[in-house]
Design a protein around this ligand. Structure first.
Ligand SMILES: NC(=O)c1ccc[n+]([C@@H]2O[C@H](COP(=O)([O-])OP(=O)(O)OC[C@H]3O[C@@H](n4cnc5c(N)ncnc54)[C@H](OP(=O)(O)O)[C@@H]3O)[C@@H](O)[C@H]2O)c1
Length: 318
């Protein structure tokens, strides 16, 4: 099983106009893992930054672990059959109230399509995102499982420590990737202002963000903070020169209140976006994404998420 770099750059809500520079800075300061998604509508710009640094000779393509996510299962099926996603199709299947329509496809079937992608060489690894314990257990117990998930990408921070799920994933040799590690920009809640986190930051003479990132690293959890600010991009990777004492980790774990901050964005403008031709998209890792049940009014079992190499973006940017 391949190794995912312990720290990556998140790119959700990174405006296309600023993410290329952010990626360049990130590569210069040592990031080798980029978390992207078709859904973020900035993949070409991320790819442009990557391509720039490859051309400069700063990194080689094979040094990079680049993540992309496909919008939904229908897209994933097309991907599996090498067809091109038609411009104008919806990112997410929505009902007339703008709510996501649950997929009727069993995710185990989708997983088989994803496994085919591995065997046809379109992806190197496959994994899952937002899978709970039951979903993951069902997948891992699939009798004819050909490829194990490499990671489960989930929301994780001191207000949502995910201790049981992490324990379960790690016991089954599935790595965990923490998204929203800094609390993002959740309206009305600023994780970094939490007095406990502030106190720990002061104790180590580090920023609250560095404490939050180090907290995950120390738990053996891969972490993908987003920033487009050069200073903060650098700050966020400077977490390997100190260690949190057991008591501090335990204090951070005590902040858990099962509080989920991420909300899936369904702005109207998502409806019509021309995606990349799939022939150009040589993916390295493909994740199958479930959605926490409280994100939507009704359960939305799974949607396809591709962790790809963004070759399409690199081609487009060429
Ligand atoms: N699989 C999924 O369903 C899923 C869902 C959500 C997110 N994700 C992934 O996870 C990544 C991270 O999550 P996220 O973007 O939601 O939230 P996040 O990384 O927890 O927080 C990002 C926010 O924190 C700010 N920030 C970054 N570094 C900082 C620092 N050192 N000090 C102060 N503020 C700082 C950023 O602003 P600046 O940019 O201005 O620095 C941005 O507003 C996403 O970008 C995305 O790639 C995946």
């Amino acid at each position: 099983m391949g190794k995912i770099p312990a720290l990556g750059l998140g790119t959700w809500k990174a405006a296309p106009g600023e993410v290329t520079e952010a990626v360049k800075v990130a590569i210069d300061v040592g990031y080798r893992h980029f978390d992207c998604a078709y859904f973020y509508h900035n993949e070409s710009e991320v790819g442009a930054g990557i391509q720039h640094k490859i051309k400069e000779g700063v990194v080689k393509r094979e040094d990079l672990f680049i993540v992309s996510k496909s919008p939904h299962q229908g897209w994933l099926k097309r991907m599996a059959s090498f067809l091109v996603f038609k411009p104008g199709e919806k990112d997410l299947p929505l009902d007339h109230n703008g709510m996501a329509i649950p997929s009727e496809t069993d995710y185990l079937q989708t997983w088989e399509a994803m496994e085919d992608l591995v065997f046809t060489g379109l992806v190197k690894y496959i994994g899952v995102s937002n899978f709970n314990h039951e979903q993951l257990d069902r997948l891992l117990n699939k009798p004819d499982l050909r490829v194990k998930p490499i990671t489960n990408q989930i929301e994780c921070h001191p207000y949502l420590t995910q201790q049981n799920l992490i324990k379960f994933c790690q016991s089954r040799d599935v790595s965990v990737t923490a998204y929203r590690p800094l609390g993002g920009s959740c309206a009305g809640v600023d994780l970094m202002d939490d007095p406990v986190i502030q106190a720990v930051a002061q104790k180590y003479n580090k920023s609250p963000a560095q404490i939050l990132i180090r907290f995950q690293v120390q738990r053996g959890v891969i972490v993908i903070p987003k920033s487009v600010n050069p200073g903060r991009i650098q700050e966020n990777i400077q977490v390997f020169d100190f260690e949190l004492a057991e008591q501090d980790v335990s204090d951070l774990l005590c902040l858990d209140k099962d509080f989920r901050m991420a909300r899936f964005p369904i702005p109207e403008k998502l409806a019509c976006v021309a995606p990349l031709p799939l022939q150009k998209m040589l993916a390295s890792t493909l994740l199958l994404q479930g959605t926490p049940l409280d994100w939507q009014r009704r359960p939305w079992p799974v949607m396809g998420v591709a962790h790809s190499d963004l070759e399409g973006c690199l081609c487009e940017a060429a």
